[in-house]
Write a protein that binds this ligand. Structure first.
Ligand SMILES: Nc1ncnc2c1ncn2[C@@H]1O[C@H](COP(=O)(O)OP(=O)(O)OP(=O)(O)O)[C@@H](O)[C@H]1O
Ligand SMILES: [Mg+2]
Length: 308
């Protein structure tokens, strides 16, 4: 299975546990600090590679140490980074995450080069031959999303490449008009509950999913953290519960969900089984620090989720 992960690739620096930031110049000793390749495209790329997919990453990074480290981490997981867009003089997108004792993850983010992607960065021959084009974070890619993404996704869909999409920011209502032309060609939209509510202005998740489906999205899966997810498509509404696991850090759970879902669909599984594989991948990530924690490979993820 060939997947292109296009969009937000972020270097995450995580520490735990951080119940609060010490006042003044106070100091706190942590159990653990990690650095990972993350982001709605980058984190998903790592998880997809672990689950056995051939993954090409395309996203903007700076030419700084942070960028070299990010590319090295991605490549170490087997992700093809030859098409990452290096931006001289700009900083690589990065996030500091002080993880609370309950696993919650406030994020302190510097976008750097994030909004500099252009159509010229995306080789169309790769898009045509991929099984899936996953767009991670169209809401943070600046002009690219309005100017280039609709045509790119139309091209992908017309070549039989399945398009999936996840958001990065807390959704804003003005985004809906920017995303609508891209949604026409989107097979799977995978936001979390806050994001789909923020973008559509609808509180009810099924109604909110309906707004995206009315704009052309085939299947909307809204992830709802520890509750699980809500799958909305032509077949109706299905709720899939999360696994009850000891949570360390939920960073990247949504990215892992995406990876599991795509691998499930790519291996011919029914939508509900693919979503269950996504749920299993997410539960594994929740049990360690960082978006690359927990998942080892496909057989162990299938076994954990009791997915046939
Ligand atoms: N506390 C938890 N316990 C078990 N599973 C969880 C927990 N939090 C999240 N998950 C799993 O991860 C999936 C995605 O979680 P969530 O809705 O938090 O995504 P997200 O906010 O997009 O995360 P991120 O953007 O950091 O990747 C959920 O559908 C669920 O299966
Ligand atoms: Mg997410």
């Amino acid at each position: 299975m060939k997947v292109i992960c296009l969009g937000a690739h972020i270097l995450d620096i995580l520490g735990r546990p951080v119940p609060d930031i010490p006042p003044g110049q106070g100091r706190r000793v942590l159990d653990e600090i990690r650095i990972t390749a993350a982001g709605t495209a980058g984190g998903t790329a790592v998880d997809l590679a672990k689950l056995g997919a051939d993954v090409v990453s395309i996203g903007p990074v700076g030419d700084d140490v942070t960028g070299r480290l990010l590319l090295d981490l991605l490549a170490g997981h087997g992700v093809d980074v030859r098409h990452m867009a290096r931006r001289p003089g700009l900083a690589t997108p990065a996030t500091m995450l002080p993880i609370r004792p309950n696993g919650e993850r406030p994020a302190l983010h510097a976008p750097g080069a994030m909004a500099t992607l252009t159509a010229a960065d995306v080789p169309l021959d790769l898009v045509a031959e991929a099984d899936v084009l996953h767009v991670g974070g169209p809401d943070v890619l600046g002009d690219f999303t309005r100017d280039a993404l609709p045509d790119l996704l139309r091209f992908a869909a017309s070549h039989g490449t399945v398009v999936s999409m996840d958001l990065l920011s807390v959704g804003r209502p003005e985004l809906v008009d920017v995303l609508r032309p891209a949604w026409q060609h989107t097979g799977y939209l995978l936001p979390n509950d806050d994001q789909i509510r923020g973008v559509t202005g609808r509180d009810d998740l099924v109604e909110a999913a309906g707004v995206a489906r009315a704009a052309g999205v085939g299947t909307v899966i809204v992830t709802t953290g520890a509750e699980g997810c809500v799958v909305v498509d032509d077949g109706g509404v299905v709720r899939i519960p999360a696994f009850e696991v000891p949570v360390v850090d939920t960073t990247g759970c949504g990215d892992a969900f995406t990876a599991g879902l795509l691998v499930g669909l790519g291996s011919g599984r029914a939508l509900a089984d693919a979503a269950r594989l996504g749920t299993a991948a997410a539960a594994l990530v929740a049990q360690g620090l960082g978006s690359d924690a927990g998942i080892v490979d496909l057989p162990s993820t299938l076994a954990f989720g009791a997915v046939a």
